[in-house]
Design a protein around this ligand. Structure first.
Ligand SMILES: Cc1ncc(COP(=O)(O)O)c(C=O)c1O
Length: 370
């Protein structure tokens, strides 16, 4: 079966790579491969996009989370609360600091962390909360900030999937001490390899992060703290610079596509849409629905040449590599129920109405509503 609806749009996005290759050529000709001038320019544009005072480029979204937590003082023995259904990077970043990830369930009707479960997980050892803005939707951030304030906890947002999302007009990434973003090729702002960004309004935190990402070097000959090498490559910054200003328009394209899907799927009882909060602008990094008989539906779609994905089929807390955290099957019932029913349809701004119609028709056909 030929692919009628593809999931990845990279071939279309970079069909004409001339401007990108020219930007790389300029870096090569300048020879400023590490912390070159494109990094500073990209950081300035990124901070303007998010509306933060500072943006610090690092080598991945995973390192963005790790360094932001380290910069707010998280270390061995500390507990950090995050989502049971997130991507492994969130939990891995916490664990790399020697801290203990404490997982909480998602809401029953949305894929993001539940705030009541978050508060119930606070102990005397809790030092931070990492709310995860999964799929580009947002956790109830006012409630998270209130919990953090009452318990004296730092908040580092995992907004890796949520560039240009906002709640009550406040952008994802700007709620806590720091916000973290991924520039991975499959993210809404995607470079040609790995990259990440930390945003903050705190001048001291920004200065500490600039040190931490570059071996703790104040300058070539002075180490003022122990850091690591987590610089954003100049070449990736030069690629990102060509796209960073287009993020709002491309998110608008995703929002329009999502509205189209929402309308077309609304009368299928076997498909449930996650609850949409009126106060939240999702960036629709993923367009996700809860589908009855999901695995058979995915097989049917694939047979029809329609690509669909599952983010994620096994909740993190049931992964063998996390067994030492001591969670048991059934500890997070909403995450389990959603893992069994979630389905992601292509939602990118390159998707055509004809592709969307083909995906919807195949779903209708599966449920006998063709
Ligand atoms: C929710 C979430 N957190 C963290 C990351 C880590 O980002 P990166 O792949 O850039 O390290 C990702 C993406 O992969 C993600 O989806």
């Amino acid at each position: 079966m030929t692919t009628k609806v593809r999931y990845s749009y990279l071939a279309e996005q970079f069909a004409d790579p001339t401007a990108f290759l020219d930007a790389i050529k300029a870096v090569v000709q300048r020879g400023d491969f590490t912390l070159g001038e494109a990094v500073g320019r990209f950081e300035t544009r990124f901070a303007a996009l998010i509306g933060s005072r500072h943006a610090i480029g690092v080598n991945s979204g995973t390192d963005a989370i790790k360094l932001a937590l380290k910069a707010v003082g998280i270390g061995p023995g500390d507990e950090v609360i995050t989502a049971a259904n997130t991507f492994i990077a969130t939990v891995g970043a916490i664990a790399e600091l020697g801290a203990t990830p404490v997982l909480v369930d998602c809401e029953s009707d949305r894929y993001v962390m539940d705030v009541k479960a978050t508060e119930a997980a606070v102990t005397p050892r809790t030092k931070a909360i990492v709310p995860v803005q999964l799929t580009g939707d947002m956790v109830d951030m006012a409630a998270i900030m209130d919990i953090a304030k009452r318990h004296g906890l730092a908040v580092v947002e995992d907004s890796c999937q949520a560039i240009h999302a906002a709640q009550n007009g406040r952008p994802a990434g700007t709620w806590g001490a720091a916000g973290t973003f991924s520039l991975h090729p499959l993210k809404n702002l995607n470079v040609w390899g790995d990259g990440g960004v930390i945003v903050t309004d705190d001048d001291d935190l920004a200065a500490r992060l600039r040190l931490l990402r570059n071996h703790g070097l104040a300058h070539r000959d002075e180490v003022v703290t122990l850091g690591c090498n987590s610089r954003l490559d100049t070449i990736q910054a030069a690629i990102g610079l060509l796209m960073v200003d287009d993020v709002p328009a491309s998110v608008d394209g995703r929002i329009a596509n999502a509205a189209r899907y929402d309308a077309a799927l609304a009368d299928i009882p076997q498909i449930r849409l996650p609850r949409r909060r009126a106060d939240t602008r999702q960036n629709y990094h993923l367009y996700m629905v809860f589908a009855e008989d999901r695995d058979a539906l995915v097989r049917h779609l694939n047979d029809q040449g329609i690509s669909a994905k599952i983010h994620y089929p096994v909740p993190l807390y049931r992964q063998p590599g996390l067994a030492h955290l001591g969670y048991a099957a059934g500890d997070f019932p909403h995450s389990d129920a959603q893992a069994a029913s979630v389905l992601s349809l292509p939602i990118d701004p390159y998707l055509t109405p004809a592709m969307q119609d083909a995906a919807v028709d195949a779903i209708r056909q599966f449920y006998g509503r063709g």
